[in-house]
Design a protein around this ligand. Sequence first.
Ligand code: ASP
Length: 313
Amino acid sequence: MVKPFLIGTRNAAPHLYRGIGVLKKGGSIIDAVEATVSGIEESTESGNVGVGGSPNILGVIELDASIMDGATMKTGAVGCVSKYCHAISIARKVMDCTPHAFLVADGAHRFAKVMGFKELELHTERSKTLAKAMALDGYKSLPDDWPNKEYYVTAAQELNIHEWYKKLSDEHQGTTNVIGMDSEGNICVGVSTSGTSMKFPGRIGDSPIIGAGNYCDNRYGGVACTGRGELTIRRLTSRIIIKYMEDGLSMEKAIIKAFKELHALKDGSCQCIAVDKNGNTISANMTRASSHFYMDIDMTEPKERQGILVEPD
Ligand code: ASP
């Protein structure tokens, strides 16, 4: 029997205790994943999730999120949420309370209102500065010690919008991924993001697309991706990794195969975290060393676990 646990990306680490607290009080693994992701959404630290997320090219913060239950294969997702902070909880309500799987923009806002969510200003001083600097002078007015300022400025100078977007999205990523497993092997995956930096208004990434940024099935495992969403959408990376596991590959081999296929597209990079049905965990990155954070119900703080780097052939 597996000890109930959660894993998450680096930005999830300070919030894993919330989900563990939910499990200790008898909450379900879905409740635990939702609570952890909610913690990240309402903190302003991440800069790419929930409040204070990355603005799109018009300066609007548009959130995407999804949740999947590996026991029932039920899913809920939202896209282009600009008026509410807890995209993951709205996604959960879509899963639990509607006959649908995915609501976007105005429809998601109307639904959130009916479900009793409170509207919230998503901009912080930081995200406002970013949006203003972009509109003003291609980011040159950002303070010199702004993280990754040079990437913003160089990318904004590119006249080719595709290159601009590609560069920023590769250098400036920050979705949150959380996966949980309970003692009966039930898996839940939660993903939330403001999406890749400098996206077009209305752009939806992989995070709310089941199969691309999120997938789980209790019989095999669960996967969540971050990075260039346009890449994982093309290969349905989360689903394909589980499919390779269904076909008999180990989790590590399945990820290596899927990531090599992404390398072959030569159009950016992504990362993932994953668990298999036995409770083994892993993370992988296409360009640098990777790690993820693990916390089970007996731990008082999360522990960093090293992952793998998958290079092209
Ligand atoms: N995958 C996200 C997206 O494409 C971005 C990220 O993970 O940084 O919206």
